[in-house]
Design a protein around this ligand. Structure first.
Ligand code: NAP
Length: 282
C-alpha cells in the first residue's frame, strides 16, 4: 500500500477560505495580539507565519516583541492591558518564555474569553468536559485534518505518543470525544512498538526525529505526525520514519506541510470565533 497524503497545506487553505465570509460579516475586524519574549529562532519563525496569515485575512493584528530580559511583572502587566482592550479578541503568548518567567502564571493571566491558543486551565477544563470552549490550535488542526478528509476515528484504536498539555493530552481528549479508543504513550511506556502495531490511528507528538519506525505501522493505519525536528542539514523532519511508514499507512501527514499549517489556520479560526462571540454579546 502507498499512503494518501493528509495535505495540511490544501486543507488549511480551505479552513482559511471559509473564514473570509465570517470576517466580512462582522462589524469590525477580529483582533489578535501575539506576544513574543526573547529571541528563540523557532519562535520567531512561528510568530512570523502567524502574523503573515493574520494580515492576509484582514485581522487587526499586533505583534508585540520584547527582549528576553523582560520581567515577569512587565509581561503580566502587558497581558492585563490586552485583556482590557475591547478591540483585542485573542491573545497568544508564544512559548517557550525565558526561564525566569513562570509559564503557568502567564497562562493564568490571560482572560479565558480571549484564550485563542486554548491553553488556559479553563479551556482545558471545558475540553475535558466536552463543553464548548477554545481548543488548542495543533490538536484542533489534527481533528480538522481527519474530518475534512473523511477519516472517522469512531471505534478506532488510537495511539497518541506524547502527553503534553499543548499537544498530546488535548489530542487524546478530542479523539476520545470522537469515539476512538485511546491509548496515550509517553517516555515511560514499556513497549512502544507493540502499541504502534495495534493502532488504527497513530499521532506522534514527541520531538524525536524518526523515533516511530515505519515497520511498526499497521497496514492501513492513519498516521498524524505532529513532531517538527530540524536536522543538522537544516531539513525539517517529523517523529515518524516517513518513507517506510507511507508504504504501510492508508493516510499520512508529511513534515513539513501536514499538521504545521493547520495550527496556524486553527488560530485564525479561534480568533474569528472569539470576535463573533464577543461582538454578539455587545
Ligand atoms: P513536549 O512537551 O516535550 O512533550 C513531549 C512528549 O513526548 C512528552 O509527553 C514525553 O513523555 C514524550 N516522550 C519523550 N520521549 C519519548 C519516548 N521515547 N517515547 C514516547 N514518548 C516520549 O513536546 P510538545 O510541546 O508536546 O511537542 C511535541 C512535538 O510536536 C515537538 O516536535 C514540537 O516541535 C511539535 N509541535 C508541532 C506543532 C505543529 O504545529 N506542527 C505544534 C506544537 C508542537 P513524558 O511526558 O513522559 O516526558
Amino acid at each position: 500500500m502507498s499512503a494518501r497524503i493528509l495535505d495540511g497545506k490544501a486543507i488549511s487553505a480551505e479552513v482559511v477560505a471559509s473564514l473570509a465570509p465570517r470576517i466580512a460579516a462582522l462589524s469590525r475586524p477580529p483582533g489578535l495580539a501575539v506576544v513574543l519574549v526573547g529571541d528563540d529562532p523557532a519562535s520567531a519563525v512561528y510568530v512570523r507565519h502567524k502574523s503573515k496569515m493574520a494580515t492576509r485575512l484582514g485581522l487587526s493584528h499586533q505583534q508585540i516583541t520584547h527582549p528576553a530580559s523582560l520581567s515577569e511583572a512587565d509581561l503580566l502587566a502587558e497581558i492585563a492591558r490586552l485583556n482590557a482592550d475591547p478591540l483585542v479578541d485573542g491573545i497568544l503568548v508564544q512559548f517557550p518564555v525565558p526561564k525566569h518567567i513562570d509559564r503557568l502564571k502567564v497562562l493564568d493571566a490571560i482572560d479565558p474569553d480571549k484564550d485563542v491558543d486554548g491553553l488556559h486551565v479553563v479551556s482545558a477544563g471545558l475540553l475535558s468536559q466536552k463543553r464548548p470552549g477554545f481548543v488548542s490550535c495543533t490538536p484542533a488542526g489534527v481533528m480538522e485534518l481527519l474530518s475534512r478528509t473523511g477519516v472517522s476515528p469512531r471505534g478506532a484504536d488510537a495511539l497518541v505518543i506524547g502527553r503534553s498539555d499543548l499537544v498530546g493530552r488535548p489530542i487524546a481528549r478530542l479523539l476520545e470525544h470522537a469515539d476512538a479508543t485511546v491509548t496515550v504513550a509517553h517516555s515511560r511506556t514499556r513497549d512502544l512498538a507493540a502499541h504502534v502495531r495495534r493502532a488504527d490511528i497513530v499521532v506522534a507528538a514527541v520531538g524525536v526525529p524518526g523515533m516511530v519506525k515505519g515497520e511498526w505501522i499497521k497496514e492501513g493505519a492513519v498516521v498524524l505526525d505532529v513532531g517538527v525536528n530540524r536536522m543538522p542539514d537544516g531539513k525539517l523532519v517529523g517523529d515518524v520514519e516517513y518513507a517506510p511508514a507511507a508504504l504501510r499507512a492508508a493516510w499520512i501527514t508529511p513534515v513539513p506541510g501536514g499538521v504545521g499549517p493547520m495550527t496556524i489556520a486553527m488560530l485564525m479560526a479561534n480568533t474569528v470565533l472569539s470576535a463573533e462571540r464577543r461582538l454578539a454579546r455587545g
